[in-house]
Design a protein around this ligand. Structure first.
Ligand code: AVI
Length: 356
């Protein structure tokens, strides 16, 4: 059973106070987390952000809108696609190097994870830690209560010695606290290329906020990043990871419009938009867009949004790093030059850095 405290916030980009109510708390202690998704506050946040983004030039929608139940299920499918190498590449780095990574950090250690989801890759690191110490406290921090519940239920069964203390929080907009056992050290995971979905300024803000929790010199952050095109990874391979043959990523991208239809009563015709993914070399990022194939007008709660043929909605950036770019990002965010663990295929890397 989860111990869902401290509760910071349930849904992305919402001020905590708007959701923190006695009703929410009592429902959670009864083991049900679900009704929060239907709050007026979430509806308001979606409406405000959607109208602001679709009224701007160029049009945008924030990527957090991807992750409702349907979108999260589609993302799980993406991670299993042949073209989407990122998840497999990171998992194989952990499978080969977990002992080395874990033994580089101070002991005894506690492992925290930002945006853990169901923590499907984290088990390899937890198992390596559990071989070194009898009890490993794992503190996953995520906005999804169901994902945390799954992690809290499965991990202790799979890895004896692991104790899970989940925190329902939005690590971007809200505060969170990483608990430190007496005389212990903290290893904070921010893996899965999650940092890649933020521009440089936001990425620095996330890393600096985390840096405040890493107070000892042998505390560490482990960051998983997708690599920029290189001699072993072509731009075409990179694009295919975001534009797969089966159309799963296209469905994931279009789900953002489907969600606006479902939750705001908007009237997007999904067939009149096409998924587009391309590599922007100047900013070293994959950009995902939804391109209007015709001139059309869409209505969202009485507001009319017009599209010219070929006009696009920019829905996501996914930054791709060189070792040098990541060293700079970490340095500017208060960390040392990292130990670098790169997969033999040169597709993905994991960086272990200490507070500077
Ligand atoms: C969650 N994030 C790291 C994924 C990525 O690769 O940027 C999201 C994604 N978008 C399309 N495919 C996967």
């Amino acid at each position: 059973m989860l111990e869902p405290k401290p509760i910071s916030c349930i849904e992305l980009f919402l001020p905590c106070e708007s959701l923190y109510s006695p009703e929410v708390e009592s429902a959670e202690s009864a083991g049900s987390f679900l009704m929060i998704e239907t709050t007026d506050a979430l509806h308001e946040a979606i409406l405000t952000e959607a109208l602001a983004g679709l009224s701007s030039t160029p049009k945008t929608l924030p990527p957090w809108l991807f992750y409702d139940e349907a979108g999260s299920a589609l993302f799980e499918k993406i991670t299993e696609l042949a073209e989407y190498y990122l998840t497999r590449a990171e998992r194989s780095i952990f499978a080969e190097r977990a002992e080395e990574i874990i033994s580089s950090v101070g002991h005894p250690l506690t492992i925290a994870e930002l945006g853990s989801g169901t923590a499907s890759k984290t088990g390899l690191l937890l198992a390596a830690a559990a071989r070194r110490q009898p009890r490993v406290l794992y503190q996953p921090i995520d906005v999804s209560p169901s994902a945390l519940e799954q992690a809290a239920e499965n991990l202790p069964k799979e890895i004896p010695g692991v104790v899970v203390r989940p925190q329902i929080a939005n690590y971007i907009t809200n505060g969170y606290t990483i608990e430190r056992p007496d005389d212990g050290f903290v290893l904070a995971l921010y893996i899965g290329s999650s940092i890649g979905n933020f521009g440089p300024e936001e990425a620095r803000a996330i890393l600096r906020k985390l840096r405040k929790q890493l107070k000892k010199t042998a505390d560490a952050i482990l960051l998983g990043v997708d690599l920029a095109p290189n001699c072993n990874k072509t731009v075409e391979q990179l694009i295919a990871a975001y534009d797969d043959a089966a159309g799963v990523t296209a469905a994931f991208n279009k789900n953002i419009l489907a969600r606006l239809n479902r939750e705001l009563g908007a009237d997007f015709n999904l067939d009149a938009f096409r998924h587009r993914a391309y590599f922007n070399p100047q900013d070293s990022r994959i950009e995902m867009h939804l391109v209007s194939t015709i001139a059309q007008t869409v209505t969202i709660e009485g507001k009319r949004i017009t599209f010219a043929p070929g006009e696009s909605i920019h829905t996501e950036n996914s930054y791709k790093f060189t070792e040098r770019a990541l060293i700079e990002l970490l340095r500017d965010s208060g960390y040392s030059a990292p130990q670098w663990f790169q997969g033999s295929d040169n597709h993905f890397a994991v960086a272990l850095a200490y507070p500077a």
